[in-house]
Design a protein around this ligand. Sequence first.
Ligand SMILES: [Zn+2]
Length: 158
Amino acid sequence: MPTSNPQSSACVFCAIVNGGAPATYLYQDDLVVGFMDIRPVQPGHLLVVPRTHAKLIAELQDSILARMWSVATDLNRALRVSPLPVEAVSVYVADGEAAGQEVAHVHIHLIPRRADDRFGFRFPPGYGVQPARAALEAIAEQIRPGVASTEAPPPSGD
Ligand SMILES: [Zn+2]
């Protein structure tokens, strides 16, 4: 493992990626580790974490983010071909406490789903009402200044 990766001694996921805390591992490489969630929502609930300690997605390098997604997709496939009851898979990141993040080290959840599993998001009152286009534009206008690049990539030329 690269020694330049910052780690947090107080972080349980840092301990797991270093082998300093017990875990049921599914996958390990130089950038990411996949292991079973110890409080599964459903059997097969697993996590993909970067070896680098970071609380939020935006703190990670693109190369690590890309690897996390790639490994999560491989593990998604593994869930679907397993004998576990997997009708679908919820893939999500709780990016901050208000989103439900309980461990301050980025992790992708993969949760096997069944139509009758009674797990899901709880939507606020008013959800489902379609806002006017002007309202969507006004909100988008508040987000666009922070977007790294709003220009289309140049033509590839081939
Ligand atoms: Zn950590």
